[in-house]
Design a protein around this ligand. Sequence first.
Ligand code: CA
Length: 252
Amino acid sequence: MPTETIEMKEDRKAKQPSKTSDIPKNGHKVLIIEDEQPLVEALVYNLEKEGYETMVALDGQEGLRKAISTSPDFILLDLMLPSLNGIEILRELRSNDRTRNTPIIVVTAKAEETDQVVGFSMGADDYVTKPFSVKVLLQRIKALKRRTEPAEEELEIKVLEHRGVKVDQVRHKAFLGKHELDLTPTEYRLLECLIRQPGRAFSRVQLMEFAIGEGAIVLERTIDVHIKTLRKKLGNMDMIETVRGLGYRFQE
Ligand code: CA
């Protein structure tokens, strides 16, 4: 098919002299689901040159199986594939817990607007239309990596846990035992502030600054209202104690 001719002659010429096995790995696995052998070879060569570890599937069924069993960091997915098309693969990958959040770049010869819309609504993270240059694809992968990887400081934060209450700071969720609490953003931040230092008394002003933001014009009583609903949701009125004349503290 003439539309699928790939412009990567220069990249392939360079293939002969160097060996990609000598290149240090960057720790990222890319799964290439693509049925065009020459394109696959060019992608493998160029990705490995950049330090990526590559895996290849030449048809849809194999691609889906490998995506789920190997948990790649990225997937390059062609839409027109034998045995199972890319749209069906996308749908399957997005409904599977292991691949729900895996960044996927759709690589295809079909450039119509409607396909792009379908691709994105099915959960593709980016879209590259053939013919494309490998350089452009690598840039898109790097951009996607920046967008989808949590910032380092975020990774360092752990789950806060005290008296059966758990606050997951990465997912911004709070739990009572196994049960997820349905908190408003303000209630969540109040709980997060208090549970960080159980036993420490916080003034209403401190809590307001933490939960609503510095300089926010809110009556101190507002905090009392939020604490009241938070206590109800925790199902235990004693877990957050009132500190007379000051504010509140989380039971030690
Ligand atoms: Ca194809």
